[in-house]
Ligand binder design. Structure first.
Ligand code: HEM
Length: 492
């Protein structure tokens, strides 16, 4: 290994001593969010570990993370070249690939504008404020019907299994202008594999860093490659269907708008960054992938927390009864009137920290942080879980307490506290689906809570231990629902 010379005035990064070949893999273990939080107590908010032969810088603490991602944003905005990223979207993903900065920036801008346009556009019915609200409301009501039918047939249901289909249908509507039935094997089978995907993509997967692990027969890795192939195939089919029926006077959804952009761009000889058609239309893979897994994980956790804390569930239902009543379906504009529900969502984000690390970052040039030297092309992990459980920032961080996000009299949201929660990343790589994500989690929950009461199976304990991955899931479990008083369920 070459020894990098440390510039004068800067120090070498602290960190645990690596073993030959494997580095610190054993200390990092199966729960990197916990082990790296523990290490930050020992080595401080900027330290270095080694995974295999490769150094990785780990950032913790609100101040250091803000300094890196906001004040020195440009230097920390790259993505590392990881083995698993080669399989995501055929290696051309907007979120995971090592696109050079100009290409990434152009794609991100396009993605943002397409998302904004197609979520705020008016939907089919004037009953709804926008297409996003329309998709969520309809899918929310279908989900209630679905849960009811499954309850009738089986007496219980697996929450993630059904929620993920409803959430996928919302983003499917926006991206591809269509939805799938809850019985469609193509979509249901695929979206229910997202746990396996997240396990490989989570920060610190040894096979990303240690080449010889890639040639060992690994069932998880094989599954990962197969899931990506299946996902890419479905996306290709959707895109091809769009090319076949494309009409530039009738842009139906995000895929059409991206195809249209490729056509327009061919007429624009002055465009300075060259991005291939494939990379433009491929943006839709990222939007679809990021758009269903994150939100369904959040909602599934929310339902499990409701069951674990029945008194909170009752409090949320009381708020809905008092503020909205039972005569109409909740809307996005009800958010400001439902501070307890908003506080509940923030506390789910914080307490579960189900996205424990951002997607790994990478330095785009030699830089320094807190007086330590960090060379160009260093992989950087940002520990969001640590920030959300930092006793310097939160009173009693391990307890689930939504009142921490309400004003003292309990009637309003405490916005300043809410902004301390770190789940969408920060700065240049900050999530582009944040407002859709927050809106969707809110409206689905409001609709479900208005009509259903969730409970566990009698005599069974809920296991809330998260399974580590890019998005951490709760273990699959069985729950039950009963209709809220005053609500007839469809079909009864
Ligand atoms: C990136 C969180 C929903 C699209 C990210 C990142 C996080 C995140 C932590 C990585 C930030 C970084 O690397 O520093 C979440 C959460 C969501 C959510 C918690 C929901 C509760 C969505 C939705 C979409 C989306 C609905 C799109 C429809 C993206 C994309 C990126 C991203 C494209 C990559 C951005 C880039 O690399 O420039 N998200 N996300 N996300 N998210 Fe989200």
């Amino acid at each position: 290994l070459m020894r990098t010379k440390i510039p004068e005035g800067l120090q070498k990064l602290p960190g645990p001593k690596p073993l030959p070949i494997i580095g610190n893999v054993l200390e990092v273990g199966n729960n990197p969010h916990l082990s790296l939080t523990a290490m930050s107590k020992c080595y401080g908010p900027v330290f270095q570990i080694q995974i295999g032969m490769r150094p990785v810088v780990v950032l913790s603490g609100n101040d250091v993370i803000r300094q890196a991602l906001l004040k020195q944003g440009e230097e920390f905005a790259g993505r590392p070249d990881l083995y698993s990223s080669r399989f995501i979207g055929d290696g051309k993903s907007l979120a995971f690939s090592t696109d050079q900065v100009g290409v990434w920036r152009a794609r991100r801008k396009l993605a943002l504008s397409a998302l904004r346009t197609f979520s705020t556009v008016q939907g089919e019915s004037s009953e709804y404020s926008c297409a996003l609200e329309e998709h969520i409301s309809k899918e929310g009501l279908y989900l209630i019907e679905r849960l009811h039918n499954v309850m009738k047939a089986d007496g219980s249901f697996d929450p993630f299994r059904h929620i993920v289909v409803s959430v996928a249908n919302v983003i499917c509507g926006i991206c591809f202008g269509r939805r799938y039935s809850h019985d469609d094997d193509e979509l249901v089978g695929l979206v229910n594999l997202s746990d396996e995907f997240g396990k490989i993509v989570g920060s610190g997967n040894p096979a990303d860093f240690i080449p010889f692990l890639r040639i060992l027969p690994s069932t998880t890795m094989k599954k990962f490659v197969a899931i990506n192939a299946r996902f890419n195939k479905l996306m290709k089919k959707m895109v091809n269907d769009h090319y076949d029926s494309f009409d530039k006077d009738n842009i139906r959804d995000i895929t059409d708008s991206l195809i249209n952009h490729c056509e327009d761009r061919k007429l624009d000889e002055n465009s300075n960054v060259q991005v291939s058609d494939e990379k433009i239309v491929g943006i839709v893979n990222d939007l679809f992938g990021a758009g269903f897994d994150t939100i369904s994980t959040a909602l599934s956790w929310a339902v499990v927390y409701l069951v674990a804390y029945p008194e909170i569930q009752e409090r949320l239902q009381r708020e809905l009864r008092e503020k909205i009543g039972m005569d109409r379906t909740p809307r996005l504009s009800d958010r400001t009137d439902l501070p307890v529900l908003e506080a509940f969502i923030l506390e789910i984000f914080r307490h579960s920290s189900f996205l424990p690390f951002t997607i790994p970052h990478c330095t785009s040039k030699d830089t320094s942080l807190n007086g330590y030297f960090i060379p160009k092309d260093t992989c950087v992990f940002v520990n969001q879980w640590q920030v959300n459980h930092d006793p310097e920032l939160w009173k009693d961080p391990s307890s689930f307490n939504l009142d921490r996000f309400l004003t003292a009299d309990g009637t309003d949201l405490n916005k300043m506290e809410g902004e301390k929660v770190l789940v969408f990343g920060l700065g240049k790589r900050r999530c582009i689906g944040e407002s859709i994500g927050r809106a969707e989690v809110f409206l689905f929950l409001a609709i479900l809570l208005q009509r259903l009461k969730f409970s566990g199976m009698p005599g069974e304990m809920l296991d809330m231990t998260p399974e580590y991955g890019l998005t951490m899931k709760h273990k699959r479990c069985l729950l039950r629902v009963t209709p809220q008083p005053g609500f007839e369920l469809p079909g009864t």
